[in-house]
Write a protein that binds this ligand. Structure first.
Ligand SMILES: [Zn+2]
Ligand SMILES: [Zn+2]
Length: 260
């Protein structure tokens, strides 16, 4: 059984064919998926999808690439996170890829999310792109380790992965790790211990091989698990089992002794 720790089921490419998507999750033994919020305007859609099925969850947060949208306060996020279906804060973080940083508004927004995560006791889903130094320093300054969480769709170096794991964070791999030209990332996946690892699709983007270029969906997370298994010389069952246990431990606060 696999869990997709990061997908965007409310995005148009997926929202108009959800029954199909749920069926393929079942066919591919994907037991659960976490639907990620990118702004407060569309959060109600994300929550409605999560509330429609037992095996879906939601996060609440505003993506660092969304500049012109409602700016959340700590109180806003804590209030929305009180819903039992909301199991994480994010996605949040820093992204200097589109607009070179430092960007004060992104940094302030990231701090707000970390404070909300600490206050609500829910872990963080962190997006970082071309901004790992600032991401890590803000995580340290704001004591993000107290909330914990995951570095999602990880594409950084092992050094950055180590620094995040030292703060208690998990590292999540997406379909990018299946791409032939992702040599460095494959090495990072080999080095990150399985018990610190999550898997995700970030669907509808970044479909793994053999679906690269097509619309991604949670059922395809199986292919990420298969590549991790190959890289770590483990069985795909073990990768599924351990990453699912990690997910439950982090987001559902289940301890390790709970059986699958
Ligand atoms: Zn992201
Ligand atoms: Zn995302």
């Amino acid at each position: 059984m696999f869990i997709d720790s990061h997908c965007h089921l409310n995005f148009p490419d997926l929202a108009n064919r959800l029954p199909d998507i749920y069926q393929r999750m079942q066919d591919n033994l994907v037991s659960h998926a976490l639907c990620i919020s990118v702004d407060l305007e569309t959060f109600p859609q994300v929550l409605a999808i999560a509330e429609s099925r037992d095996n879906l969850y939601a996060s609440v947060g505003v993506h660092p690439d969304h500049e012109d949208c409602t700016e959340p306060t700590v109180e806003d996020l804590v209030k929305l996170a009180a819903n039992p279906k909301v199991i994480a804060i994010g996605e949040t973080g820093m992204d200097y890829y589109r607009t070179p940083g430092p960007l004060a508004w992104q940094q302030n927004r990231f701090r707000v999310h970390i404070r909300a995560a600490r206050e609500s006791g829910k872990p963080l889903i962190i997006h970082t792109r071309s901004a790992s130094d600032d991401t890590l320093s803000i995580m340290r300054e704001e004591n993000a380790g107290e909330a914990g969480g995951v570095m999602h769709c990880f594409t950084e170096s092992m050094e950055v992965a180590k620094a995040a794991m030292d703060l208690g964070f998990y590292i999540s791999f997406s379909g990018i790790v299946t791409f032939k030209n992702a040599k460095d990332l494959k090495e990072v996946a080999q080095a990150v211990p399985l018990d610190r690892m999550l898997i995700e699709t970030d669907s509808p983007y970044l479909a793994p091989m053999p679906y690269r270029g097509k619309t991604n969906e949670p059922g395809f997370v199986k292919h990420v698990a298969e590549e991790i298994a190959r890289l770590k010389e483990a069985s795909v069952e073990e990768v599924g089992e351990v990453t699912s246990r990690n997910f439950r431990k982090l987001f559902l606060k289940e301890n390790e002794s709970v059986s699958e």
